[in-house]
Design a protein around this ligand. Structure first.
Ligand SMILES: [Fe+2]
Ligand SMILES: [Fe+2]
Length: 267
């Protein structure tokens, strides 16, 4: 018996046989070791305390929940992790995640925290680019974009952790759409988040004009293309909710640091 609480989502695509997807998000593992040093150990302890309180004093810590969730994932047709698995970059976080994820099958798309050297240091595109390979080394697959056909559904992960969609991702998405399967998109930031619409230029994280343009183009495409059925995101740490993109319903889901996993049943 594990300690996980389950939120279940039902989707109806007219499949011959139901497909079950386990969706995990926002685990926020916060560890540091001797390699990271004493200052990082203090930082990590503070962050563990933050999530213990935000999680309402959960029974297990994020590491324990991730272990249980990955064990549980063996019962599903597909597992998707939508980022903020690591709260910040540290040797201990990377090594612990590698150990827990070793031998498991899953798709992964990052959150902004995967590219955060320490909480309080502002995100930058340059830093994300610098550490991309190091972060990718922790996880299987391709963090930028990945697709898998599961029981007649195209499960797609696409990175929008810094509120942009790139031209490269758009080309990959169109290639997947051409295969003709119904698509469920998984990404870190919910599609209705105002930062993703780039209407507010006052943000510190400033994309190029080309990136703003490709983001707006992809947002529109996601809302309008009939094969893209819905989107599941994390980032918000509440207990889950729905929003509209175009006339479609998207979902933001509860975080695993509270002990909650999201099960998606498609028939
Ligand atoms: Fe998060
Ligand atoms: Fe986030």
């Amino acid at each position: 018996m594990n300690h996980l609480k389950k939120n279940t989502y039902f989707l109806h695509f007219g499949l011959k046989k139901p497909v079950r997807i386990l969706r995990l998000t926002d685990i926020h593992i916060s560890l540091a070791d001797d390699v990271d040093g004493d200052a990082m150990k203090e930082h990590a302890a503070h962050r563990r305390d933050v999530f213990f309180k935000e999680g309402g004093c959960p029974e297990r810590d994020p590491v324990g929940y991730l272990e249980e969730a990955m064990e549980y994932s063996e019962e599903f047709d597909c597992t998707v992790i939508t980022g903020d698995l690591l709260d910040f970059e540290s040797h201990a976080n990377r090594e612990t995640a590698k150990e827990i994820l070793a031998g498991r099958d899953y798709l992964f798309t990052p959150g902004s925290h995967e590219f955060c050297p320490k909480i309080g240091i502002p995100d930058t595109f340059a830093y994300k680019k610098k550490v991309w390979d190091e972060v990718q080394d922790v996880f299987r697959g391709n963090m930028l974009f990945e697709s898998r056909i599961v029981g007649g559904v195209n499960v797609i992960t696409m990175d929008n952790s810094f509120y942009i969609w790139t031209k490269e991702q758009f080309e990959m998405l169109k290639t997947e759409v051409a295969r003709g399967y119904p698509i469920i998109l998984f990404c870190h930031c919910p599609l209705h988040d105002s930062a993703l619409s780039h209407k507010n230029p006052a943000k510190k994280l400033i994309p190029t004009e080309e990136e703003v343009e490709s983001t707006i183009t992809v947002n529109r495409y996601l809302a309008e293309n009939p094969l893209i059925k819905t989107a599941f995101s994390g980032h918000y740490h509440g207990n889950g909710g729905e929003y509209l993109f175009g006339e479609k319903t998207g979902y933001f889901c509860a975080p695993l640091f509270k002990g909650i996993v999201n099960e998606i049943v498609i028939d």
